[in-house]
Design a protein around this ligand. Structure first.
Ligand SMILES: [Zn+2]
Length: 61
């Protein structure tokens, strides 16, 4: 699951100390996963929406 991978990344990445940095890393992770065809189209769309809302949505930590 990409979620598990992201969470593991967060727990081990010292650079993800703020939301903006995390977003950059998350996008990179998603792009890698998409390149590996590990992410179904539906999930990829949802991730895109998630990232888009993270750019403008309320701060949820
Ligand atoms: Zn990171």
């Amino acid at each position: 699951m990409i979620r598990a991978r992201v969470e593991r990344h967060l727990s081990g990445c010292n650079e993800c100390t703020d939301k903006a940095t995390f977003r950059v890393h998350l996008k990179a992770l998603i792009q890698v996963k998409c390149a590996e065809h590990e992410v179904p189209d539906g999930l990829r769309d949802r991730l895109r929406t998630l990232l888009a809302s993270a750019d403008t949505g309320p701060d949820q930590g």
